[in-house]
Design a protein around this ligand. Structure first.
Ligand SMILES: [Zn+2]
Length: 148
């Protein structure tokens, strides 16, 4: 028994019901992956997003090819992949009832890390807020904060 890297289901056949082939180690059946995704879309947006993330991680196709495989726009795929990353950074997003609410909440979260209208009287105050919110600001993710 092995676990399918795309849908996480235990599988004994060479081809999973989601269209993934264990022989070719890639998704070989476009109809099956599309109907699998359609079911997830109906059942759980979180699982839909996470499955796209797994396709992206395991298949190394890039946004355009994934969009083509799933029969959707690049914009949609790219938004869903972004949201999948955000679910890791902000687990609270999982409690949103649907994808559009999760996107709204994500916008709020990324905008509220540092309030836009705040004024700092001392540089130390600015440093404090930067230090305390560094890990919550997506734009800073590539930078390591070095403390003196
Ligand atoms: Zn599968």
């Amino acid at each position: 028994m092995r676990t399918c890297p795309i849908c996480n289901a235990p599988q004994t056949d060479d081809e999973c019901h989601c269209g993934f082939s264990f022989v070719e180690t890639r998704i070989v059946n476009r109809d099956l992956i599309r109907s699998h995704m359609a079911k997830l879309k109906h059942d759980s947006w979180q699982q839909l997003i996470k499955t796209k993330h797994r396709i992206n991680e395991t298949q190394k196709l890039g946004v355009s090819k994934i969009a083509e495989l799933l029969g959707e726009t690049k914009g949609l795929t790219s938004n869903h992949l972004k949201l999948a990353q955000a679910l890791i950074a902000y687990p609270e997003l999982e409690s949103c009832p649907n994808i559009s609410r999760a996107n709204e909440r994500l916008n709020q979260l990324s905008n509220s890390a540092i309030p836009g209208d705040v004024r700092f009287a001392y540089e130390a105050d600015l440093q404090d807020i930067l230090f305390s919110s560094w890990s919550t600001i997506p734009e800073f993710a590539h930078f390591n904060l070095v403390q003196k």
